[in-house]
Design a protein around this ligand. Sequence first.
Ligand code: BGC
Length: 437
Amino acid sequence: MKFFPKSFIFGAATSAYQIEGAAALDGRGQTAWDLRNKDEFGKPTGDVGDVACDHYHLYKEDVQLMKTLGLQSYRFSVSWTRIYPNGYGKINPKGVEFYQNLINELLLAGIEPAITIWHGDLPLALDQIGGWQNRETITHYLNYAKTLFDLFGHQVKLWFTHNEPWCAAFLNEYPINQQLEIAHHLLVAHAQAVKLYKNHPNGNGKIGIVLNLGKQYPNTFDVKDYLAARNIDGFINRWFLDPTLKGVYPADMVSLYQKHDIFFSVEAGDMELIQENKMDFLGINMYSRGIQAYTEEGLFNARGVSNPNAQYTSMDWEVCPRSLYDLLVDIKETYNNVEVIIAENGSAFEDTVSEDGLVHDINRVDYLKSHLEATRQAIEEGCNITRYYAWSLLDNFEWGLGYSKRFGIIRVDYDTLKRTIKDSGLAYQKIIQERGL
Ligand code: BGC
């Protein structure tokens, strides 16, 4: 048996829009996601999150399931529009009540709550003023964050500012200079939120960001492939790691953008703010890796290559636990052994329910174990990793792909809403019980 350190914490993660449902209930305001896949009369034309896992009504049952699994911590996000239906203005007491009940239930079950302030579900009212492109959104985000610290900060001691700012900035149709501006505003909002928390009377816990990171490897030993891998690493990973941990943008990427006449505006004082307000830990969402080959075309001179010898998940993501180990060791060496929390890691596979009513998801069991082993080895190597959150507690609404992709260690039957702990959930339960592999 190989053990995890005594202080290591095992948990699972979800996000509000992906599990809660109750989209039009108790004063919740709309997000852009509420309008997607609906016709002009509001009738669904595809998968929507209106009901999802109905966690809004079934949270007590879900907390009991977490207890059965032995989870020590639960990472969830608050729905901004339950607290402020229009993004700002009057607080919605019903929304506050839901999260207060959830937090109380978790504490009663001996499970530590950990909150993501914003996980992809921007209020529609803010989207309509340009979302994160408009600096006004930063002001409203800070007001919302302060409200959460005021309301729940005495009970919740672990906070995540944003989930995956790279996705928020770059997974859209805007030109790259605007995308870089969105990224910059997210970084400014993050630094402001860290500052706010540190000066808040309830601010005696820890606060950090959650970045989606994937180690980038060159396709061959050719120096040009190294350049391609480095550029994609700069685009996805270092563009957020360097500002949040070193207070600066990566110089090679800044000159690459300048070379192509790509500029974005940085207001006076922004970089000082980012420099002066460092977070307590780095949250990482890791699912896969990238392999890059050099090409003459494109901004980054890179072309993603697939690995014919590897297993792929149903998201078409390569399973490569070794890349998690490499990523963690890189971070330790480059960023002064900052505290790292694995905020999400998991896999989507086609599940089938057996005749016994159970889900024998062998692929997900292997994925979970091999990535936990990579984490453990990185700890042995001296990396300061303190937590692991499995993605996800429940099968849920996988954004653009709806309910077709299942990431849960607990199955959700979307017709009956019945929950069934999968074999991967049982494997995780055993690992947590034994505190090792
Ligand atoms: C996000 C989750 C998402 C998961 C799988 C992350 O990008 O934080 O919301 O469901 O990965 O795609």
